[in-house]
Ligand binder design. Structure first.
Ligand SMILES: NC(=O)c1ccc[n+]([C@@H]2O[C@H](COP(=O)([O-])OP(=O)(O)OC[C@H]3O[C@@H](n4cnc5c(N)ncnc54)[C@H](OP(=O)(O)O)[C@@H]3O)[C@@H](O)[C@H]2O)c1
Length: 240
C-alpha cells in the first residue's frame, strides 16, 4: 500500500496562498506528495517548492522539465492542478495588449507549457484540473482580459478531454465563485463596500472558503466520471 501512495503526486501552481494553499493541504492530509510551483514557497511540511515565475515560464521550461522529472520519476499518478491566476480590472474599450498578454502568460500559456512537461510523466489514473471562474462561462463589465483568459482555460480543458481520450487521464474545470482569498481582498481594498456586495452574490450571502474549493478539487482529482466537465463551486449565484 505504501508503495502506491508514494507514487501519487499533486503538482499545483500557486500553492503559496489562497485556494492553492488550501488544496495542497487537502492532498497532504490524504497522503499525496506535493510539488508547489509558485514564486513564493509554502511552508507546509512535506511540500517540495519549486520557485518559478509563471509569467516567464517559456524561458525556464527546460530547467523545470529536469527538476520535475527528477522529482516525479518516469511515470506516476499525477494530479496537475492549474490553479495560479491573476485578476485585473480592464475594459474592452481601453484594453492594453501588453497587460492582457502578461495576464494570458500566467492564466493560459503557463498551463499549456506545463501540460507539455507533465503529461508524458502521467500514469493512468492521473488528472489535469483547471481552475476557471464563474467568469469562464459568462461576463460582467470591467474584467475583459480576465474573462477572455478564463474562457480560454475552459476551452483548453475541453480540448484536453478530447485529445487525451483513451489515455486514462481525466480533466475538468473547477469554477470558483467569490472566494475569501488574498486575491479577493486585494481586488476589494480600493472600493469600500465591494467585499460586502460580492459576498451577497452567492445565494448563501457569504464568501466561499478556500477549503470548500479544495474539497471540490480533491473530489475531481479522484473521480474520472467528471471528465470534460465545467464544475461550479459558487454556492449558487444570484443573477443581477
Ligand atoms: N478568489 C476568488 O474569488 C476567485 C474566483 C474565481 C476564480 N478564482 C481563481 O482561483 C485561482 C486561485 O485564486 P486565489 O483567489 O487563491 O488567488 P491568490 O490568493 O491571489 O493566489 C494566487 C496564487 O497564484 C500564484 N501566482 C500568481 N502569479 C504568479 C506567477 N507570476 N508565477 C507563479 N505563481 C503565481 C501566487 O503565488 P506567488 O505569489 O507565490 O507566485 C498565489 O499562490 C485563480 O486561478 C483565480 O483566477 C478565484
Amino acid at each position: 500500500m505504501g508503495h502506491i501512495i508514494d507514487h501519487r503526486v499533486l503538482v499545483i501552481t500557486g500553492g503559496s496562498r489562497g485556494i492553492g494553499l488550501a488544496t495542497l493541504n487537502q492532498f497532504i492530509k490524504n497522503n499525496w506528495r506535493v510539488v508547489n510551483l509558485a514564486r513564493k514557497p509554502c511552508d507546509v511540511v512535506g511540500v517540495t517548492n519549486i520557485a518559478i515565475d509563471l509569467q516567464h515560464l517559456s524561458k525556464a521550461q527546460e530547467d523545470l522539465k529536469q527538476e520535475l522529472s527528477a522529482e516525479l520519476g518516469e511515470s506516476s499518478v499525477i494530479s496537475l492542478v492549474h490553479n495560479a491566476g491573476v485578476f485585473i480590472n480592464d475594459n474592452v474599450a481601453e484594453q492594453s495588449a501588453e497587460t492582457a498578454r502578461a495576464l494570458f502568460e500566467i492564466n493560459v500559456v503557463a498551463p499549456i507549457i506545463l501540460n507539455q512537461i507533465v503529461i508524458p510523466m502521467m500514469a493512468e489514473g492521473s488528472s489535469i484540473i483547471y481552475v476557471g471562474s464563474t467568469l469562464a462561462e459568462k461576463a460582467v463589465a470591467n474584467c475583459a482580459s480576465y474573462i477572455a483568459s478564463k474562457h480560454a482555460v475552459a476551452g483548453l480543458m475541453k480540448a484536453t478531454c478530447q485529445d487525451l481520450a483513451g489515455k486514462g487521464i481525466h480533466t475538468c474545470c473547477v469554477c470558483p465563485g467569490v472566494t475569501e482569498t488574498e486575491m479577493l481582498k486585494e481586488r476589494c481594498q480600493q472600493t469600500p463596500g465591494l467585499l460586502d456586495t460580492l459576498s451577497k452574490l452567492s445565494a448563501y450571502h457569504r464568501l466561499i472558503k478556500p477549503e470548500e474549493l479544495a474539497e471540490l478539487i480533491w473530489f475531481c482529482a479522484n473521480h474520472p466520471v467528471i471528465n470534460g466537465s465545467m464544475i461550479h463551486g459558487n454556492l449558487g449565484q444570484v443573477e443581477r
